[in-house]
Design a binder for this molecule. Structure first.
Ligand code: 3HC
Ligand code: NAI
Length: 707
């Protein structure tokens, strides 16, 4: 017991009359089978040890406990089960104290709630984030939390998955006290001694009654939460189960409530949504495992330059200012610079208006912003991000200037959406310092950053790109050079599949509805209207000369653009936006244009069910993603998943397109594609990687393991 097992566990030693149990499973003390076994054994041994008067649980390292061991989900369960360990802690005849620092999340907080007293350090963050993994708190959390803090506060914690600070947890009634200092053991021992001096005995959360005393009010709170869930968390499986479990806490005796919780937890555990969300959790943590980060360290990042103050340049500047770094923005002339500065200021003014930041915070961020109309102002920047027009000649001219003024070792980045990063790098004398940093719009909000690695990009440059992402709290995914990198390249293909369905008989409104039904917040045509049809139009014109004549080209979007219908910003696109409305309404004129195009193209329209639409849309996405993997543009399937989850609104509970493909079966996806190829073999060409995997009975996940 006193030995620390290499795989992690718990070890116990006595400090005078207090048995200190240290949870020790780096990096976050997740409650693996070994930890549970050691913890249970230590609690058990303490009961009959005459020299132990109280028990203190403390986490080794920076955290108390980050929850159940997520890697164990979906595998055969190993005893002892966490709910049993929690019950055993609560049943202790000697007082049990938990001292919380760092993460006290999920099962970690449940262990603490099973203890008789809780003291938190300022660093503690408490939460029940199981909902983010498609689960509910399954170790008594749904039963003990409402008994301690009431139904409404417990539901809020469990349905949002948010973290509470030590102060907020004290106010809510989740902890009994906040301790000074940053040493958990010292604080925990002092608190436990104080309790012993006061003659405190066990105090069990299961017996707390005050918070649920008004049963009718508590049930009404649960009903209100249920109605809210049905409205705002539509499509998600576990939130309704959380509400059901809390209702059990209100209505049932504790032990019966625990049984209800267990049954609901197992239903969630078995759900495909749990598998998708857990996949997403790990996929996001895999993206930094790239060869360059193994061999190189990032360069210094103290000052950032941004060239171009349009939509993207301004958003990137805000993102950098938010991270506490100074920005110098370069524009073509004073008027354009003023517009760029105004865009940045507008974002902050809005945040002040919404009460999200204070006036002082806005002023502090704007004080770090400077602007210039000459490139020389960039001579002390450590990293410069170009966000000028999407035009190769303009970009080449800008990079030639940057090459002239940038200090040695400065990293030069382009935010191009599609253009060849290698060619852009060739405008400089140091292509090793050049890479793509592809932000998504709005750049201060969207989490994704594609870090595009060119043929000559140095590992140190890549490491610096990832470091910038870390500082900006973005999810960086490594991508290789091709037209559109990972995300936009794949998007172009499934958008083409959607356009073909539109010409063949589905309305854009049907397609959007089917894609929303799949779980996207909006469909491709709502998205196009939001982004602005002119961007895609410019790309199509650029590609016109090199387009494969064998590939079908649907002209409907061009017909709209020719009329100046670019979407929300022009008041109409695929939808109508009367009087600046943000929500579009279907447009009969658009349907008439589509009809005319069908006639021109000689297409007899046919019906598409929502399922037909979803299958074609997803098949096109998965097939192109397989090509992207095959060519090494993405390092691993889970990176493609992260791109679509954090940049394109793919429903997180489905895990991303690659995980989704595995869940329906690659043989089915391939069969679909081969079926569609009978209509259009030029477009529906099965990816060699997809064929190889499907025919050998493998899945994309097997490539993650190999990466
Ligand atoms: N189980 C297994 N591994 C975990 C884990 C967990 N609960 N939490 C984190 N890890 C792993 C990560 O995968 C990562 O591994 P890697 O280094 O091999 O990539 C490593 O620990 C460090 O994690 P982060 O990179 O996320 O570190 P941060 O310092 O940025 O964040 C954290 C720490 C806030 C604790 C964050 O990891 C986190 O949110 N973890 C998950 C918390 C959670 O969801 N808990 C609930 C679990 S479900 C549950 O408890 C069910 C119960 O009710 C029965
Ligand atoms: P934009 O047209 O809004 O802004 C471009 C800005 O660059 C203008 O303000 C212009 O004055 C300035 N500019 C042009 N030439 C310049 C020069 N030589 N020196 C300094 N400034 C110059 O364009 P947007 O949308 O911001 O796009 C910029 C880049 O970001 C493009 O490469 C685009 O493909 C890419 N991008 C755009 C996304 C979007 O959704 N808008 C998403 C991701 C990338």
């Amino acid at each position: 017991m006193t030995d620390k097992s290499p795989a992690g566990g718990a070890h116990a030693r006595r400090d005078e009359d207090i048995l200190v149990i240290t949870l020790d499973h780096p990096p976050v003390n997740a409650l693996s089978a070994d930890v549970r076994r050691d913890l249970a054994a230590a609690i058990d041994a303490a009961q009959s040890d005459p020299q132990t008067r109280a028990i203190l649980m403390v986490g080794a390292g920076k955290n108390f406990i980050a929850g159940a061991d997520i890697r164990e989900f979906g595998k055969p369960p190993k005893p002892p089960a966490l709910p049993d360990v929690c019950n055993q802690i609560e049943a202790s005849s000697k007082p049990v104290v938990a001292v919380l620092h760092g993460a006290a999340l999920g099962g970690g907080l449940e262990v603490a709630l099973a203890a008789h007293y809780r003291v938190a350090l300022a660093s503690a963050k408490l939460g029940l984030p199981e909902v983010n993994l498609g689960l509910l708190p399954g170790a008594g959390g749904t039963q003990r939390t409402p008994r301690l803090i009431g139904a409404r506060a417990a539901l809020d914690l469990m349905l949002s998955g948010k973290h509470l600070s030590a102060d907020a947890a004290l106010k809510a009634g989740l902890v009994d006290a906040i301790a000074e200092g940053d040493d958990a053991l010292t604080a925990g021992l002092a608190y436990t001694r104080q309790l012993l001096a006061q003659g405190a005995g066990p105090r069990r959360s299961r017996d707390a009654t005050a918070a649920l005393a008004d049963k009718a009010a508590a049930l009404a709170e649960a009903a209100a939460a249920g109605a809210q869930v049905a409205k705002t968390l539509r499509g998600l499986y576990s939130p309704a189960k959380i509400v059901e479990a809390v209702r059990a806490a209100i209505e049932q005796p504790f032990d019966e409530g625990l049984r209800t919780e267990r049954a609901l937890f197992l239903q969630c555990l078995d759900s495909p949504q749990r598998a998708g969300l857990v996949h997403a959790f790990f996929a996001e943590r895999e993206t930094t495992k790239i060869p360059e980060l193994k061999e190189a360290r990032p360069r210094r990042l103290e000052k950032i330059g941004v060239v171009g103050g349009g939509t993207m340049g301004a958003g990137i500047a805000v993102s950098v200012l938010d991270a506490g770094l100074p920005v110098v923005m370069v524009e073509q002339d004073d008027a354009a610079l003023e517009r760029g500065r105004a865009r940045v200021a507008q974002v902050y003014d809005l945040l002040v208006k919404k009460g999200r930041i204070t006036v002082d915070e806005r002023d502090g961020r704007m004080a770090r912003f400077t602007g210039a109309t000459t490139y020389d102002a960039l001579d002390d920047a450590d990293l410069i991000i170009e966000a000028v027009f999407e035009d190769m000649d303009v970009k080449l001219a800008v990079f030639a200037q940057l090459d002239r003024v940038a200090k040695p070792g400065a990293v030069l980045a382009t935010n191009t959406s599609y253009l060849d990063v290698n060619r852009i790098a060739s405008a400089t004398r140091g292509p090793a310092d050049v890479l793509g940093l592809h932000f998504f719009s709005p750049a201060n909000i969207m989490k994704l950053l594609e870090v595009v690695v060119g043929n000559h990009t140095a590992p140190e440059t890549v490491a610096t790109g990832f470091e910038l992402a870390r500082r900006l709290r973005k999810t960086a995914v490594r991508a290789g050079v091709c037209d559109g990198f990972i995300g936009n390249r794949i998007l172009a293909v499934h958008r083409q599949a959607a356009d073909m369905m539109m010409e063949d008989g589905a309305s854009p409104y049907d397609i959007d509805a089917a894609v929303r039904e799949f779980g996207y917040p909006m469909g491709p045509y709502q998205m196009a209207d939001l982004a602005g049809g002119d961007i895609g139009w410019a790309t199509r014109k650029r590609r016109a000369a090199t387009r494969d004549p064998a590939l079908r080209y649907v002209q409907i979007p061009d017909r709209l653009c020719e009329r100046g219908w670019f979407g929300q910003k022009t008041g109409r696109g695929f939808y109508l936006y009367p009087d600046g409305a943000r929500q579009g309404t279907p447009d009969p004129e658009v349907l008439a244009i589509i009809d005319a195009e069908r006639q021109r193209a000689g297409v007899a329209p046919r019906p598409f069910t929502h399922e037909d639409i979803q299958r074609r849309y997803l098949a096109a996405m998965i097939n192109e993603a397989a090509n992207v993997l095959h060519e090494g543009i993405a390092l691993r399937p889970s990176d493609v998943d992260v791109v679509f989850l954090s940049g394109y609104g793919f429903p997180r509970y489905r895990g991303g397109p690659m995980h989704y493909a595995d869940s329906v079966g690659l043989d089915r996806v391939l069969a679909d594609i081969r079926g569609y190829a009978k209509e259009d073999a030029a477009f529906w060409k099965p990816s060699p990687l997809l064929v190889q995997l499907a025919e050998s009975g493998r899945d994309f996940a097997s490539l993650n393991q190999a990466a």
